[in-house]
Design a protein around this ligand. Structure first.
Ligand SMILES: Nc1nc2c(ncn2[C@@H]2O[C@H](COP(=O)(O)OP(=O)(O)OP(=O)(O)O)[C@@H](O)[C@H]2O)c(=O)[nH]1
Ligand SMILES: [Mg+2]
Length: 369
């Protein structure tokens, strides 16, 4: 039984395949790893398959799977998962965009209890070299969408990652497009992850296969994972939704407190209504903070990256931002576009809610490693 399986999806990689296989194998040898290399090829018309078959004669740990039914990077990787003969999988591109020297580090992170280990281009220390501006923009957009589902992961669409077999064995992966990692994170069963920074280098040889269709497929995939998470409560994205719902419930309680205090101070204590409102707002902000700190972001307590006072101050800052957004939208839609003010306000509240949740999640209760 092998320690790990390195899965290399290929399509027309005759210029790279020999070098990447040799380098991965050298990494195995230098680190005394008993590793398998599994090339998954989509019936490349070039010499890729022939080169692998020839190398196989000298390398018993090298295998190739030739697919012919459909073409697809994600499908190939998923099929690699099904045919690998070890418990730990590492997925790596053939074109040297991903440094094989990181494989042992990823492997040992998995061995020390992480279920998914991701090579990240976007965390501190990571980088992308030689990418045209258009690809950068597309990638940043894709990453942002992915982070809505997995806010603690900086690069949820990386093509370089390691995963334990159990994470994917029972996952109903619907592989399509390029973003197999997002599918694994969305449908797999896992709790502990780790990211390792790396410098992504664009290919020197061979051709790129990125098409515009990829973007549409990706949007569908994000949608599909979102729906999946609503009905599968063990999924990682559901853990995130739960926070959103709790945050919403706390927000509604805050509104009730705000209205109640405003009414009581104005009617019974005889305060001018704008003065009552100041107290009402502050009390509801305090209320929301406490519930979110103790309930919505309860798991944060294990991390303790900042004191409760810091979080309270940050929460106030974010709330002021939310207020400005709410009123700004109310003003803009009603005074500029003539929309009925209660409708404008509802939209304002929704956008402010999104702002409040997102920024508090990322700043006030930040859990980044
Ligand atoms: N099996 C299989 N592998 C593929 C397919 N498309 C791409 N690959 C492989 O997946 C890896 C990544 O593909 P690339 O074309 O490099 O994608 P990219 O990195 O986004 O684009 P460039 O590096 O700019 O070309 C490479 O090893 C490809 O050979 C496919 O349809 N099937
Ligand atoms: Mg590439």
């Amino acid at each position: 039984m092998y320690d790990l399986t390195v899965i290399i999806p290929t399509y027309n990689e005759e210029a790279n395949i020999r070098d990447i296989v040799s380098e991965v194998d050298n990494v195995f040898r230098d680190n005394t790893l008993n590793g398998e290399i599994l090339v998954v090829d989509d019936s490349s018309p070039d010499a890729t398959i022939a080169i692998v078959n020839e190398m196989k004669k000298a390398k018993p740990n090298l295998n190739i799977l030739v697919r012919s039914d459909d073409r697809g990077l994600s499908q190939s990787v998923a099929e690699g998962f099904a045919h690998a003969s070890s418990e730990i999988f590492v997925v790596i591109d053939a074109d040297f965009s991903h440094p094989p020297s990181l494989i042992p580090g990823m492997y040992s992170e998995i061995r020390s209890g992480n279920e998914v280990v991701i090579g990240s281009r976007y965390m501190e220390g990571g980088e992308i070299k030689k990418w045209p501006i258009k690809r950068r923009i597309i990638s940043i957009g894709a990453t942002f969408l992915g982070r809505l589902l997995f806010p603690d992961i900086t690069d949820p669409v990386s093509g370089f990652f390691a995963v334990r077999k159990e994470v994917v064995t029972n996952a109903p992966l619907k592989p399509r497009g390029y973003k197999i990692l997002l599918e694994v994170l969305g449908k797999g069963t896992w709790e502990k992850d780790r990211e390792i920074p790396f410098e992504f280098v664009d290919r020197d040889v061979g051709s790129s296969k990125l098409k515009l269709k990829t973007i549409v497929e990706y949007a569908e995939q994000v949608m599909d994972i979102t729906l999946y998470s609503f009905s599968h409560h063990q999924s990682a994205a559901w853990r995130e939704w739960k926070k959103v719902f709790k945050f919403g419930i706390v927000g509604i309680i805050g509104i009730l407190i705000n209205m109640g205090v405003l009414y009581c101070l104005t009617e019974y204590a005889g305060l001018f209504y704008l003065v009552s409102s100041l107290f009402a707002i502050e009390l509801s902000v305090l209320n929301n903070f406490l519930w979110n700190d103790l309930w919505t972001f309860r798991s944060y307590q294990q991390h303790r990256l900042s004191s409760r006072w810091h979080r309270l101050i940050a929460f106030h800052g974010v709330s002021v931002g939310g207020l400005v957004i709410n009123m700004g939208i109310l003003y803009l839609l009603t005074s500029v576009f003539g929309i009925y003010y209660l409708v404008s306000n509802l939209l304002g509240i929704l956008v402010a809610f999104a702002w409040n949740f997102w920024v508090n999640r990322r700043v006030t209760w930040k859990t980044e490693k």
